[in-house]
Design a protein around this ligand. Structure first.
Ligand code: HEM
Length: 202
């Protein structure tokens, strides 16, 4: 049976809309790096396009999921990328994040951007751009605008990831509360869950 290609579409439209509506959104702006690092968006897009070409079946959805899991914990601040240290188990090592993929794509983009514009482009913005660009590879166009200027977080807690990221064992009341805490309503929850289930049973 043919893969139902639109499955990530509903996810990202709702997710992107919710994120754009967040309190931080007012501080972000389009083409934030144009004066400070004009190549930033092109660098991320070129890397994503090249990496997706090598892994077209899995990587686009993984980059989208990485953005989702980052944003559900402390906002879209790249806290999901922080490594655990002595005395702190980071988000990355929480159960729901054990199967994340695409982190190496973010690492590559960050390394290239550090060479081009040291200390300018945040990992949080790279994660946001990579999700948009990954979907661009699937749909041939940008499906949402990415406002930029996020700052990277410095706090990353596995327990916060566990309590914020929806679990397959959550009941409806808990899912509703978790989504509401991110500005998502029941309609968003139904669309996201249905799309998620269909994507898992393709
Ligand atoms: C509605 C609540 C959600 C729950 C309970 C949930 C739960 C899960 C679980 C249990 C997995 C399997 C993980 C594993 O294999 O270890 C998974 C995979 C996945 N989820 Fe979600 N998820 C939800 C929403 C979302 C959303 C909103 C997105 C995208 C924005 C998303 C994207 C994905 C993707 C792409 C995978 C497959 C990853 C891969 O194969 O590499 N999920 N999810």
């Amino acid at each position: 049976m043919a893969r139902p290609a639109p499955s990530p579409l509903l996810l990202l439209v709702v997710l992107a809309g919710a994120l754009a509506g967040g309190g931080e959104a007012a501080l972000l702006k389009a083409h934030f790096y144009r004066p400070s690092c004009p190549a930033a968006e092109a660098v991320v897009r070129d890397i994503v396009v090249a990496r997706v070409a090598a892994d077209p079946a899995a990587l686009p959805a993984r980059l989208l999921r990485l953005f989702f899991h980052d944003c559900f914990v402390r906002g879209c601040d790249a806290s999901v990328l922080i490594d655990s240290m002595a005395g702190n188990t980071a988000e990355k090592d929480a159960g729901p994040n054990g199967s994340l993929g695409g982190l190496d794509v973010i690492d590559t983009a960050k390394a290239v951007l550090e060479a081009v514009c040291p200390g300018v482009v945040s990992c949080a913005d790279i994660v946001a751009l990579a999700a948009r660009d990954a979907m661009h590879t699937q749909f041939g166009r940008d499906l949402w605008d990415v406002q930029l200027g996020r700052r990277d977080g410095v706090v990353s807690s596995a327990s916060e990831a566990l309590s914020n990221i929806p679990s397959p064992s959550d009941n409806f009341t808990t899912l509703e509360a978790k989504f509401a805490s991110k500005g998502l309503d029941v309609k968003d929850l139904v669309i996201l869950s249905g799309t998620y289930i269909s994507s898992q049973h393709r």
